[in-house]
Design a protein. Structure first.
Length: 653
C-alpha cells in the first residue's frame, strides 16, 4: 500500500516541477521570433515603439500588448492600437507575420496607418481574423477589404466598428465564412445581403447598429439564410411586422431583434416553426396583443425570452408560455398583462433563474410554487397591484433568492420572520407598500428593528429609512455579515449609537439622520476604515466630536448638523467625486436612485448619485443658538485628504 502511494505521488511532483520551469518562459520560440519581426515591421524604418519587446528576453507573454493562453502558453491577443509612430508614414502590413500565432483570437490594429496587405501565399490558410475597430481611414481601407479575397479558408471575420459605409464588396469570394461580424457600421442592406446570400455556410451573423431602416430585409434575402444559427440585428431602425417567411430560418437558435421599431405579436406566432430557437430578444420594440390568441403550440422551447418594452398592452399571459418548460430567464417588464402572479411559470420551468415582471399590472396575492424551487435567484415584481400578505414560507419555497424586488405594490400585513430564513438574499426592496410590520423604507413600519436582522449574513444593503421605527438600533451584526450600506434615517430611533460590526472595514455608508439618537458619537466609528458617508444630523447627540473620526480617510460626505455636539452646528459639505461602484450596482437593480439629504449652511441639500442639488422647497432658516463652540482645529482638517469642499459656514469658530 505504502509503496503504491509513493509511486503515484512522484509523477505529480515531477509535473509541478516541469510546469514551474515552463510557465515563466511563457511563449513559444517561433511566436517570440514572429513578435520581434512584427515589431521591426511596425517600426519600419526607424520607429521606437514596443520597447519591452526585447530580443534577449524569453518571457514574451509578459511583453506589453501581448496576452497568452494560460493553458497552452500561446499568444491569444495582440493589442496593437496606435503602435506605429504617425511620422513613419504608411504601413504595408505583411500579414504572414501573424501566421505563427495559431491561437490568436483578438487582433487590434487600429490606427497604424495600414495602407494595404503585402501579398503572401502563406496567409491563405488563415481562418480567423478579427479586425473589429481597426480603422476608419479612407481609400487604404478599401485596399485592405479587397485583399481579404486572398483568404479562401477564412471562416471567422470581424469587421465591426469600422465605419465601412457600404464599402464592402471586397470579400465577395469568402464563401466559407461561418461567422461574420459587421456590427456598428453604416451599411446598405441591399448590397450587403447580395454578398451575404452567397455565404452558404454562414452560421453567425452580427448586424447590430448598422443603421438599417424600413422593413426587415426580407426582399434582400434574409429569410433565405436557412443555415443561420445566430442572428443579431438589434439596435437598428427597422419597423413593420415580422414577416411569415421567418419561419423558413429553421436553423435559428438565437435571434436578437431588440431595440428597433418592429411590431411583435405577444404570441410570437411568426416564430413557431423555429424548432431550434432557444433565445429570443425582442425587447424595446412595439409588442402588441392579437385579437385572438390561438391555441397553436410553438415548436420551440425557449431558454431566454426578453420582451420588456415601453408599456404595451397584452391583456393576458400569451398561451404559448404554458407550453414552455426550459425557461431560464424571462423578462416582460412594462407590458400590461393584467393577470395574477404566474406561479405556474416556476412550477413548469424548474431551471428558471430570473423572472422580471415589473410594472405588468398584475394583481391578486403573491403565490408560491407548489413545491420548492431552488434555482430562482432573481425575482422582480415591483410596480404591480399585488395585495395581501407575503407568504411566510417564501424562504422555504424560494431558498435561492438573491434579489427580491417587491416595491410599489399593495402588500400589507407585517413582515414576518421569513426574512431571517432567506440566507442567500443580497438585495431586498419592499419599499412603498402598506406593510405595517417591522421593516423597510417608506412604509408605515412600527416597532423596533428586530435583532435577527443582524444575522442575515448575505445582506449588503439595508434601507429602513422613512418608517415609524422606534427603540434602539440593533445591537450587533454577526461575524458573517456582509452589510455595507445602512440607512435608518427618518425614523424615531432612540438611545445611543451602540452597535457592533465585526468586520468594520466593510461598512461604506451609515445614515442615522433624523432620529432621536442620544449620547456621544462613539469612538469606534473611527475604526470603520472605509466609511464614505456618515450622516448623523438631526438627532440629540451630545459631547465632543471624537478625534477618531480623523482616521476616516475615505470620507466624502459627513453631516453632523442639528445635534448638541459641543454646542450646536457642524456641517461639512464635501462634493464627492463618485459613488462607489457597488452602489451603482444596486442602483441598477432596484431602478430607484438612493439619495441622501444633508445640510450645509443650514440649507438642506440632496445628494443623488454624484450630483448635489439644493432643495429649494425647504428654506427653513433655523437660527443657530449662540455660544456654540466648534472644537476642532483647522490644522486637523489636513487629515482628510479627499475632502474637496469644506463648508463651515454658520458656525461659531
Ligand atoms: C527617422 O528618420 C527621419 C529621417 O532621417 C528623422 O527625421 C526622424 O526623426 C527619425 N525618427 C525617429 C523616431 O528616430
Ligand atoms: C513577409 O513575412 C514573411 C515571414 O516573416 C517573410 O518570409 C516574407 O518575406 C515577408 N514578405 C515581404 C513581402 O516582406
Ligand atoms: C483550405 O482548407 C482546405 C481544407 O481544410 C485545405 O485542403 C486547403 O489546403 C486550404 N487552403 C489553403 C490555401 O490553405
Ligand atoms: C474603438 O477603438 C477606440 C480606440 O482604441 C476605443 O476608444 C473605442 O472604445 C473602441 N470602440 C469599441 C466599440 O471597441
Ligand atoms: C444600396 O445598394 C443598392 C444595390 O446595390 C443600390 O441600388 C442603392 O442605390 C443603394 N442605396 C444607397 C442608399 O446607397
Ligand atoms: C420558404 O422557402 C420556400 C422555398 O424557398 C418557399 O417556397 C416558401 O414560400 C417559404 N416560406 C415562407 C413562409 O416564406
Ligand atoms: C410550419 O410548419 C408546418 C408543418 O411543419 C407547416 O404546415 C406550416 O405551414 C409552417 N408554417 C409556416 C409559417 O411556415
Ligand atoms: C409602466 O407601464 C406604463 C404603461 O403600461 C408606462 O406608461 C410607464 O411608463 C411604466 N412605468 C415605468 C416606471 O416604467
Ligand atoms: C404549465 O402550467 C400550466 C398551468 O398550471 C399547465 O396547464 C401546463 O400544463 C403546464 N405546462 C407544462 C409544460 O408543464
Ligand atoms: C427624544 O428622546 C428624548 C429623551 O428620551 C425625549 O424626551 C423626547 O421626547 C424624544 N423626542 C421625540 C421626538 O421622540
Ligand atoms: C483619495 O481619492 C483618490 C481617488 O479617488 C484615491 O485613489 C485615494 O486612495 C484617496 N486617498 C485616500 C487617503 O483615501
Ligand atoms: C425638500 O424639502 C421639502 C420640505 O422639507 C420636502 O418635502 C421635499 O421632499 C424635499 N425634496 C426632496 C427632493 O428631497
Amino acid at each position: 500500500m505504502g509503496l503504491s502511494l509513493h509511486m503515484s505521488i512522484v509523477p505529480v511532483i515531477m509535473m509541478v516541477v516541469s510546469l514551474q520551469v515552463w510557465l515563466p518562459l511563457g511563449c513559444l520560440k517561433e511566436e517570440r521570433t514572429a513578435l520581434l519581426q512584427l515589431k521591426d515591421s511596425l517600426n519600419y524604418p526607424n520607429g521606437t515603439s514596443l520597447p519591452s519587446w526585447k530580443k534577449g528576453d524569453a518571457r514574451c507573454c509578459d511583453w506589453e500588448s501581448v496576452v497568452c493562453s494560460s493553458s497552452t502558453g500561446r499568444v491569444t491577443e495582440l493589442d496593437l492600437y496606435r503602435v506605429r509612430n504617425g511620422e513613419l508614414g504608411d504601413w504595408y502590413l505583411n500579414a504572414s507575420l501573424f501566421l505563427p500565432f495559431q491561437e490568436l483570437i483578438y487582433l487590434d490594429l487600429w490606427d497604424n496607418q495600414i495602407a494595404g496587405w503585402v501579398e503572401n501565399k502563406g496567409l491563405t490558410s488563415m481562418s480567423t481574423l478579427f479586425l473589429n475597430n481597426i480603422t476608419s481611414f479612407g481609400s487604404s481601407f478599401q485596399t485592405l477589404l479587397q485583399s481579404l479575397g486572398a483568404f479562401p479558408n477564412l471562416t471567422k471575420l470581424g469587421l465591426g466598428y469600422n465605419d465601412l459605409r457600404g464599402r464592402i464588396l471586397g470579400f465577395l469570394n469568402l464563401k466559407n465564412l461561418e461567422l461574420l461580424d459587421l456590427s456598428y457600421n453604416t451599411l446598405n442592406s441591399s448590397s450587403i445581403f447580395q454578398t451575404i446570400g452567397t455565404m452558404t455556410y454562414l452560421k453567425i451573423l452580427r448586424l447590430q447598429g448598422c443603421s438599417f431602416n424600413g422593413q426587415l430585409p426580407i426582399s434582400q434575402g434574409l429569410c433565405d439564410l436557412n443555415h443561420l444559427r445566430e442572428l443579431d440585428i438589434s439596435s437598428n431602425d427597422l419597423s413593420g411586422f415580422l414577416p411569415p417567411c421567418l419561419a423558413n430560418m429553421t436553423s435559428l437558435q438565437q435571434l436578437d431583434i431588440s431595440s428597433n421599431y418592429l411590431k411583435i405579436p405577444m404570441s410570437l406566432s411568426p416564430l413557431y416553426n423555429l424548432s431550434k430557437l432557444k433565445s429570443f430578444d425582442g425587447s424595446d420594440n412595439e409588442i402588441y396583443a392579437e385579437e385572438e390568441d390561438h391555441n397553436l403550440s410553438p415548436k420551440f422551447q425557449l431558454e431566454f425570452l426578453y420582451l420588456s418594452s415601453h408599456g404595451q398592452v397584452a391583456r393576458a399571459f400569451p398561451k404559448f408560455l404554458y407550453h414552455q418548460f426550459n425557461l431560464q430567464s424571462l423578462d416582460l417588464t412594462n407590458i400590461q398583462i393584467k393577470g395574477e402572479f404566474p406561479n405556474w411559470l416556476m412550477e413548469n420551468n424548474t431551471y428558471l433563474q430570473e423572472l422580471s415582471l415589473e410594472n405588468c399590472s398584475l394583481s391578486g396575492s403573491f403565490l408560491l410554487p407548489r413545491s420548492s424551487h431552488v434555482n430562482l435567484s432573481i425575482l422582480r415584481i415591483s410596480m404591480n397591484y399585488f395585495q395581501g400578505q407575503i407568504p411566510v414560507e417564501i424562504g422555504a419555497y424560494l431558498p435561492g433568492l438573491q434579489v427580491l424586488l417587491m416595491s410599489d405594490n399593495g402588500f400589507d400585513g407585517s413582515i414576518p420572520s421569513w426574512l431571517g430564513s432567506m440566507s442567500s438574499l443580497q438585495l431586498l426592496d419592499l419599499s412603498n407598500n402598506a406593510l405595517t410590520g417591522r421593516i423597510l423604507s417608506n412604509n408605515s413600519l412600527q416597532g423596533q428593528i428586530p435583532g435577527w436582522i443582524g444575522n442575515m449574513s448575505s445582506l449588503e444593503f439595508l434601507d429602513l429609512s422613512g418608517n415609524n421605527l422606534s427603540g434602539p438600533l440593533p445591537p450587533r451584526f454577526s461575524a458573517s455579515s456582509k452589510l455595507r450600506y445602512v440607512y435608518f434615517s427618518r425614523n424615531k430611533l432612540q438611545g445611543p449609537i451602540a452597535m457592533e460590526f465585526y468586520n468594520s472595514s466593510r461598512i461604506l455608508a451609515l445614515d442615522f439622520s433624523h432620529n432621536n439618537l442620544t449620547g456621544r458619537i462613539p469612538e469606534w466609528i473611527g475604526r470603520l476604515s472605509n466609511l464614505r458617508f456618515l450622516l448623523l444630523s438631526h438627532n440629540n447627540l451630545q459631547g465632543e466630536i471624537p478625534v477618531q473620526l480623523y482616521r476616516l480617510k475615505q470620507l466624502t460626505l459627513i453631516d453632523l448638523s442639528h445635534n448638541y455636539l459641543s454646542g450646536n452646528i457642524l456641517s461639512w459639505m464635501i462634493s464627492a467625486h463618485h459613488f462607489p461602484d457597488q452602489y451603482t450596482y444596486y442602483d441598477n437593480l432596484s431602478s430607484s436612485q438612493q439619495s441622501f439629504e444633508f445640510t450645509t449652511k443650514n440649507v438642506p441639500l440632496l445628494y443623488r448619485g454624484s450630483t448635489i442639488q439644493k432643495n429649494e422647497t425647504n428654506k427653513s432658516n433655523q437660527k443657530l443658538s449662540n455660544g456654540s463652540s466648534f472644537q476642532m482645529s483647522l490644522q486637523s482638517l489636513g487629515a482628510f485628504p479627499n475632502l474637496t469642499k469644506l463648508d463651515l459656514g454658520y458656525n461659531d469658530l
